[in-house]
Design a protein around this ligand. Structure first.
Ligand SMILES: Cc1cc2nc3c(=O)[nH]c(=O)nc-3n(C[C@H](O)[C@H](O)[C@H](O)COP(=O)(O)OP(=O)(O)OC[C@H]3O[C@@H](n4cnc5c(N)ncnc54)[C@H](O)[C@@H]3O)c2cc1C
Length: 464
């Protein structure tokens, strides 16, 4: 029997076992809340789990893993559903959102986040101490983001979020609870820093915080027509950026309704996003050529602000649950043909269904892994292009998907062929997120910790 083929009676047996020993709520099809709790944020799938269990603590996580395994049910774990790409149909879906406690140790500059915490929870706990995590969008889950690598606005200064991970408490596929860190179970610790949810269910993560006070940050909006010249400059200018400055150029199409203010609704624009831990003056000096190419902003947006506010401003308002198609490619350089494709992707005559196409300079500390760093990413790649289409389930999915497919075909000849797990919309391409050497090692570690591939409803890495 594979994990995807529960035998008759397995679901009933699993539900009975859970109801006897699980502290959180358990929902079955037909129960009042089932249709709410089964849905991820990303409505790309319409999953029909046999059981949805809402964990309240590590013991619940352990119980759920043991029950799924003993009853042969497919198993999946979810905090927010921003990265849920494979539906847990007929399986046991473990939801972790209720486990959201965050503790900060200001002296050691560390935080410990329970598995369902969001970055906004960590920001709120760390900010009073003048500390900040390598967070990205505040509304995504700490665990999924970090285990998938995690690239945020401090990444050029402090590396991937996975590089700041110090310790994970984990329930393994055989239902045991253990610690993975540099001393205890180091192979598991290595694999979890980029290999995502393949190796166990984390019940908490402990990670480094960094001393960050106010930052100079924000989004300035320019006419879309400024994009070609600004992008052409960016590909050279960005390579000279100091690590303290993180930037991205986004061609975007604003939603045609709330929360976007009236005059901006539906507009197609160039957005420059800046997040700098240098002073406003020094950052301003550095940005001068780039902003000169962009010209007069329609809405200027850079200012000194605290880290939490900057994180909110740069991420934009949390989008409601939508169908999301994201695609990322990595680039050694940005030749004219690639920039032409990017410039055409959001066209002024409004036929593009994309919300955004973002060119972002990576590098800095991301490209300088410390000794024993995890398998995250292709570290030496300077540029990424991320295309995002987010739309309601009622939209013309076929047209949108074929638009993105076509765009991907046109950018692919310039790309390295590698990818980054957190923005990889196609789980079948998980292998391309790693170097060949790291992927082979990940498969070995998987064979040690999850030889039966219990944790496979994800960016799956099959056991060697
Ligand atoms: C609008 C938007 C903005 C984003 N911004 C960023 C960004 O700034 N930077 C960035 O790097 N990424 C970003 N992402 C990608 C995001 O980090 C991934 O989608 C990540 O997987 C989300 O984690 P989650 O817990 O919120 O999602 P979930 O869908 O709940 O989880 C995703 C996957 O993470 C794994 N996982 C979750 N919890 C556990 C656990 N307890 N133990 C083991 N594995 C677990 C599982 O494999 C699960 O399928 C963004 C995505 C979206 C849609």
């Amino acid at each position: 029997m594979t994990h995807d083929e529960p035998q008759g009676g397995a679901v009933e047996g699993a539900a009975r076992a859970l109801r006897g020993s699980f502290d959180g709520d358990v929902h079955l099809p037909g129960d009042a809340e089932y249709d709410t709790v089964r849905l991820p944020w990303n409505l790309r799938n319409d999953p029909r789990p046999a059981i949805v269990a809402e964990a309240t603590g590590p013991r619940d996580v352990q119980t759920a893993v043991r029950v799924a395994r003993e009853h042969g049910l497919p198993f999946a774990v979810q905090a927010t559903g921003h990265g849920t790409l494979v539906p847990a149909d007929g399986g046991l879906l473990l939801k972790t959102a209720r486990m959201a406690a965050v503790e900060v140790d200001a002296e050691r500059r560390t935080a410990r986040a329970a598995t369902g915490a969001l970055w906004s929870d960590v920001l709120a706990a760390a900010a009073p101490h003048g500390l900040a995590p390598v967070s990205g969008s505040p509304f995504v889950g700490v665990t999924g983001y970090t285990l998938g690598g995690g690239v945020g606005w401090l990444s050029r200064e402090y590396g991937f979020a996975a590089d700041s991970l110090l310790r994970a408490e984990v329930v393994t596929a055989d239902g045991e609870t253990l610690v993975a860190d540099a001393e205890q179970n180091p192979d598991l610790f290595w694999a979890m820093r980029g290999g995502s949810g393949n190796f166990g269910v984390a019940t908490s993560l402990e990670f480094r915080l960094h001393p960050v006070g106010d930052v100079y940050a924000g989004i300035s909006l320019y006419p879309l027509q400024a994009a070609p010249e600004t992008l052409a400059l960016y590909r050279e200018w960005a390579l000279e950026e100091p690590d303290e400055i993180n930037t991205a150029l986004t061609l975007m199409q604003l939603p045609d309704g709330p929360p976007i203010p009236e005059p901006m609704r539906g507009q197609r624009l160039l957005a420059i996003r800046v997040f700098s831990t240098l002073s406003a003056e020094e950052t301003g000096q550095r940005l001068k050529p780039l902003l000169g190419a962009a010209g007069q902003p329609i809405v200027p947006g850079f200012a000194v602000m605290d880290f939490t506010q900057a994180s909110d401003v740069v991420a934009g308002p949390p989008p409601p649950p939508l169908v999301a198609r994201q695609h990322i490619d990595l680039f050694e350089e940005m030749p004219d043909g690639l920039l032409d494709t990017v410039n055409d992707a959001i066209n002024p005559d409004a036929t593009s269904p994309l919300n955004a196409i973002e060119v972002r300079h990576w590098g800095g500390a991301m490209a300088r892994p410390g000794p024993g760093a995890g398998p995250v990413g292709h570290r030496d790649v300077p540029f990424t292009v991320i295309s995002t289409a987010m739309y309601p389930p009622s939209a013309d999915r076929e047209r949108i998907e074929s638009y993105v497919d076509d765009l991907v075909t046109r950018t692919a000849p310039y790309a390295t062929g590698g990818t980054f797990l957190n923005f990889l919309g196609d789980p079948a391409r998980a292998e391309t997120a790693f170097t060949a050497e790291n992927y082979a090692r990940l498969r070995e570690v998987k064979a040690t910790w999850d030889p039966g591939n219990l944790f496979h409803l994800n960016h799956n890495i099959p056991p060697a």
